[in-house]
Structure formats: structure tokens, C-alpha cells
Design a binder for this molecule. Structure first.
Ligand code: FES
Length: 183
């Protein structure tokens, strides 16, 4: 009988390993668990009370909506954007509605209102000029910050839009669940 042995080269092996690692990481993210960035820093995806943000049908391309989440303090400043282009984590018929923390992950510079809709990039941060790609989960485009801008998980229930979680560590926190008062 002719038995064929699967042939896997080094590149395929490494690629398979990387895909497995990503699957485990993404799986843990979207099961709503708390995961550890290191032993002192944790970022929570779910675990907060949902907050109503807007009526889906009333959000137009180029709109921004400022809100507080996950708490009612100044560390919880966030903005919802309707980008007009499909974005990672986007909701709505065009998957172009996203929301992010307004605090730069470098040293907490306030990004609110500082967005270029043509490129879907937030910033530059007024403190040290970091920019973040809102189509790609708040990935750093350029500048001093090294961490993605925390993305707010949005959900819809009929025509209502809710904030339901946070992906990434909010600036000034060791754990998103802790309460912080911004100086
Ligand atoms: S605080 Fe935003 S780049 Fe430094």
C-alpha cells in the first residue's frame, strides 16, 4: 500500500504555530475574559454594564459622538465614529461605526475631536503626535505610543447602539475594572 507522509517545511511549521497562537489569543479576547498583558496589567473585554450610546439610524458618516465608558469619570472619555469605510470591529450595515477611548496610550493626551476622516486616523495626539488607525483596531500609525488605542466594543439591539466592553488597557489603569480619577 502506498502511504504518503505529509511534508511540512520549516516555514509552514512556523506559520501554523503563529496561527494557533493567534487563534488562542483571539478566542480568549472574545470569550469576554480578563487577560493578563503582564502580571501587573490586565485589560478587560467585557464585565461592564452596557451603556446606550445612540440610535443607529441617526448616525451619519463623519459623525462623532462623545460619551463616557465604562464609568462616568474622566478616564472613561470615548468617541464613537462613523468612518464611511469598513473597520475592524465596526457595526452597522456598512460595519463602519467604531468607538475608542479618547486617551492616548502614551501619556494620556486627549485625542477627542482630532480625527482625519479621509484616512480614518485619530490624532496627532496633542502631546507627542502619535496617530492611531481607527480601521485597524486603533493600531499605532506613528509616534511615541506603543499600544493600540483601546477599542470600545459596540453592540446593536434593533436600532439602539450600546457600548459593551473594552479591548485593551485604558490609559492610567493597571486593570480596566479599577476606578481612577484623572488629575
Ligand atoms: S501622550 Fe500621546 S503621544 Fe504622548
Amino acid at each position: 500500500m502506498d502511504v504518503q507522509t505529509p511534508c511540512v517545511n520549516r516555514r509552514q511549521f512556523l506559520l501554523a504555530g503563529a496561527v494557533s497562537a493567534m487563534t488562542v489569543t483571539l478566542g480568549s479576547l472574545f470569550k469576554g475574559r480578563v487577560f493578563a498583558a503582564d502580571e501587573h496589567k490586565t485589560a478587560t473585554v467585557y464585565g461592564f454594564e452596557k451603556k446606550w450610546i445612540a440610535k443607529l439610524s441617526e448616525i451619519k458618516t463623519g459623525d462623532t459622538i462623545v460619551f463616557l465608558f465604562p464609568r462616568e469619570d474622566a478616564h472613561s472619555l470615548c468617541t464613537l465614529y462613523k468612518l464611511g469605510v469598513r473597520a475592524g470591529g465596526g457595526i452597522g450595515p456598512d460595519q463602519d461605526i467604531v468607538a475608542f477611548s479618547d486617551l492616548c496610550t502614551h501619556m494620556g493626551g486627549l485625542l477627542r475631536g482630532n480625527v482625519d476622516f479621509k484616512s480614518a486616523v485619530a490624532g496627532p495626539c496633542p502631546m507627542h503626535l502619535t496617530t492611531f488607525d481607527l480601521r485597524r483596531h486603533g493600531m499605532v500609525v506613528s509616534g511615541q505610543a506603543t499600544q493600540n488605542l483601546p477599542q470600545i466594543v459596540l453592540e446593536t439591539d434593533g436600532n439602539d447602539v450600546f457600548a459593551a466592553g473594552v479591548v485593551g488597557l485604558l490609559y492610567g489603569h493597571h486593570n480596566n475594572m479599577e476606578r481612577r480619577d484623572r488629575a
